[in-house]
Design a protein around this ligand. Structure first.
Ligand SMILES: CC(C)(COP(=O)(O)OP(=O)(O)OC[C@H]1O[C@@H](n2cnc3c(N)ncnc32)[C@H](O)[C@@H]1OP(=O)(O)O)[C@@H](O)C(=O)NCCC(=O)NCCS
Length: 187
């Protein structure tokens, strides 16, 4: 996806409590901090950055991925302090399809924060990027992620055996695939 052509500038999206903006190198320590909690990465395919240096590096990779069209990954920042409390992204663009992913510091769970973020990113994907399908891959045990997707009208479409392998342990997990079509998106 040629983001720079379609969007011109990296979008800044504000909701009631959060600001979705491009990640910057100053976010590295906060990213490292909230990822140092196993509850945040338990169901992901990586354990997050393990050092400040790796955190800085991964932010750079994501920002370069925006230029190359692989990923648009936003910091979810507290609107008052601009401190990063999570990230949300669209990636793996193929035709008019993309994948959504997200994670939030555990200190902010169950307050409707990710719902605010997901709604805006789905709007961006369907309305500005012209996608017709957004999909997500979720493992069996990740109840919170399954529930939030259902809240946005994603449909469970299938069960993919040994679909996602962890980048450190190499363990491969079965995943459910969820899909949302542009005409079924309710803000
Ligand atoms: C998944 C995650 C992003 C949810 O963020 P959140 O801000 O807590 O979600 P919200 O408060 O917006 O919740 C929205 C809905 O999701 C569901 N939900 C969220 N957490 C839940 C939980 N622990 N158990 C059951 N349902 C849950 C509820 O239906 C909730 O609506 P309600 O509060 O009106 O009942 C968060 O738990 C997280 O960061 N998990 C770790 C990272 C991760 O697993 N990412 C997804 C990988 S596929």
């Amino acid at each position: 996806m040629n983001f720079t052509k379609i969007l011109k500038e990296f979008p800044v999206i504000e909701t009631e409590r959060i600001r979705l903006r491009q990640l910057k190198k100053e976010d590295a320590d906060e990213l490292l901090k909230y990822y140092s909690n196993e509850n945040v990465y338990r169901y992901l395919d990586w354990n997050g950055p393990e050092t400040s240096e790796k955190s800085y590096k991964v932010i750079d990779i994501w920002n370069k991925g925006y230029i190359s069209g692989w990923i648009i990954r936003f910091a979810i920042a507290d609107k008052l302090t601009d401190k990063i409390i999570g990230t949300i992204f669209l990636s793996e663009f193929e035709g008019k399809r993309a994948e959504i992913g997200y994670e939030l510091s555990e200190n902010y769970w169950r307050q409707g924060i990710m719902s605010e973020a997901i709604g805006r990113i789905l709007s961006l994907g369907f309305e500005r990027l012209g996608l017709t399908r957004i999909q997500a891959f979720v493992c069996e045990e990740n109840i919170a992620s399954k529930e939030i997707l259902k809240k946005f009208n994603f449909k469970e479409e299938g069960y993919l055996r040994q679909f996602e392998c962890h980048n450190v342990t190499g363990e491969c997990k079965d995943m459910y695939v969820y899909g949302l079509i542009n005409t079924e998106f309710k803000k």
